[in-house]
Design a protein around this ligand. Structure first.
Ligand code: ADP
Ligand code: MG
Length: 290
């Protein structure tokens, strides 16, 4: 068994630069640091939420961790093994341990494929046998994510947005991953559907014990699911902490700004944060007076 203190995922000093074309007559290329010295850990069975405004580098961080894009520099360790240099078969094996669920289920699920084909594809692709056969396997997975198993021959367009997202979740579960990266996975859903899918994600985690790297810009959503929170701004992580600490006693000015801008946040969280904010200002005033 691995050491309990050993995180499932440890990303150290990740950097990703993109070449961006400046335009103009000279057509000069500039480098954009989408991810700038990011370190984070995800522990076994927990949910690390990565929050921040659009363009702050959350998705790029996710894609680096999933090895969907190459690092400019940095190290990634998964279950104690380095994965930043994996290639070939070993990279494929890693990619089944780390699954992604994306924001838009309709564009991330092949519209021409049935649910059965979609959820068994990761296994077929890896030439792994489908336990119990494709039909029974699909039906069992559909039940686990709250879909009608009689609909296994249907296509993504025949499902609502929330149901389609459940297909994406079923596809991720098919290979029994240790980490699921949910990149704005509930962001496009209505609030009531969002709550149902969040409950599903939590229940599945309780049952299976896998971890989430849960990416969202909506802090009200994050509050419902996170164990810990990392706040990202302009390619950097500005604050990491336990959920309640980050929500109620944010240390970084950017985190405070982000929290102040949330309209849907529950009043009681707001009250706790305002009390702490008032206490902090009072402490600072007293220190300044000394
Ligand atoms: N493939 C790419 N080529 C060039 N720039 C990119 C690419 N992917 C992302 N970026 C840029 O990197 C920055 C971070 O983007 P992203 O990781 O998508 O942020 P977020 O998910 O937080 O909205 C943005 O400025 C974005 O335009
Ligand atoms: Mg994104």
């Amino acid at each position: 068994m691995s050491d309990a203190a050993e995180p499932l995922l440890r990303a150290t000093r990740l950097v990703k630069e993109f070449n961006v074309h400046g335009g103009g007559l000279l057509g000069r290329t500039a480098k954009l640091r989408a991810v700038d010295d990011v370190s984070l850990e995800v522990r076994a069975g927990e949910t690390l939420a990565l929050v921040g405004e659009s363009g702050s580098g959350k998705s790029t961080t996710a894609r680096l961790v999933a090895r969907l894009v190459d690092l400019t520099s940095g190290d990634i360790e998964f279950a104690g093994r380095p994965v930043h240099a994996l290639t070939g078969k070993a990279l494929h094996a890693y990619r089944s341990e780390v699954q992604m669920v994306f924001q838009d289920p309709y564009s991330s699920l092949n519209p021409k494929h049935s649910v059965e084909r979609i959820v068994t594809a990761p296994l077929v692709y890896q030439k792994r046998p489908v336990p119990g056969g494709a039909r029974a396997f699909t039906k069992a997975l559909m039940e686990r994510v709250g879909l009608n198993p009689d609909h296994s021959a249907r296509f993504p367009a025949q499902f609502s947005g929330g149901q389609a997202q459940r297909i994406g979740i079923a596809r991720a579960l098919a290979v029994a991953p240790k980490l699921i990266i949910a990149d704005e996975a509930v962001s496009a859903l209505d609030v009531s559907v969002q709550a149902q899918v969040i409950n599903l994600l939590r229940r599945l985690q309780d049952e299976e014990g896998f971890s989430y790297l849960f990416i969202a810009h909506d802090l009200a959503v994050v509050r419902q699911i996170a164990t810990r929170v990392a706040v990202m701004s302009e390619g950097r992580i500005v604050e990491t902490g336990d959920r309640d600490q980050v929500f109620e006693e944010p240390r970084d000015p950017y985190t405070r700004k982000l929290l102040a801008a949330v309209p849907r946040i529950r009043p009681e969280w707001d009250a706790a944060r305002r009390r702490n904010e008032a206490a902090r200002l009072e402490r600072e005033r007293q220190e300044a007076d000394r």
